[in-house]
Design a protein around this ligand. Structure first.
Ligand code: URA
Length: 190
């Protein structure tokens, strides 16, 4: 199975109720040999309409942070979400929706084999790093599990609501660049 085959399977998923209200499944975007994966919460309205992650206002902000440290979707990273379908009215994805969707993310990890995973916001951090993870207090900290480095930063939508946190977030991205230099082999040479 490769990433395109996984995508094809995911696009027809009916494992939770979100399939009834979605316009498109948002599988994720990026390169199959990415060493760095960014994981958000779930699609919003624009993502649902276009079938691509982080294409709305928060996505534009995310792209600015990424470009600042030499990362580009479709060049040297993969961007995905905890749930692949939009929760109505952008509510938090329910525990059963996250559980139903998790096998897709696990397969994405297994195929891509990232060296670094960056959780964007609370929902991703609590699902992937620790259930009681506090993004406010613990963003920018790193933990290693099974040879993979994990960190979390503030969700770009939170930064749009609270721009005073932008310098803190920028520091997280600078640390991500440093970690890439330490543990990645081809992220900055493609
Ligand atoms: N917010 C997310 O968490 N993910 C997206 O894809 C878009 C907005």
């Amino acid at each position: 199975m490769d990433l395109d085959q996984l995508r094809a399977g995911c696009l027809g998923c009916q494992k939770c109720g979100l399939c009834a209200t979605r316009t498109n499944v948002v599988f994720g975007t990026g390169v199959a040999d990415a060493e760095v994966m960014f994981i958000g919460e779930g699609p919003g309205q624009q993502e649902d309409e276009q079938g691509l992650p982080f294409v709305g206002r928060s996505g534009q902000l995310l792209d600015r942070y990424l470009e600042a440290i030499g990362l580009f979707r479709d060049k040297n990273i993969f961007i995905g979400n905890i749930v692949k379908c939009r929760p109505p009215q952008n509510r938090d994805p329910l525990p059963e929706e996250r559980q139903a969707c998790l096998p897709w993310l696990r397969e994405q990890f297994r195929l891509i084999q990232p060296k670094i995973v960056v959780c964007l916001g609370r929902i991703a951090a609590q699902q992937i790093i620790r259930p009681d993870f506090s993004v406010t207090k613990e963003h920018g900290q790193w933990t290693q599990k099974g040879g993979v480095w994990f960190t979390a930063t503030l969700h770009p939508a939170a930064l749009l609501r609270n721009p005073r946190q932008k310098p803190d977030a920028f520091e997280d991205y600078v640390a991500i660049r440093q970690k890439i230099h330490e543990v990645c082999t081809h992220t900055y040479t493609v």
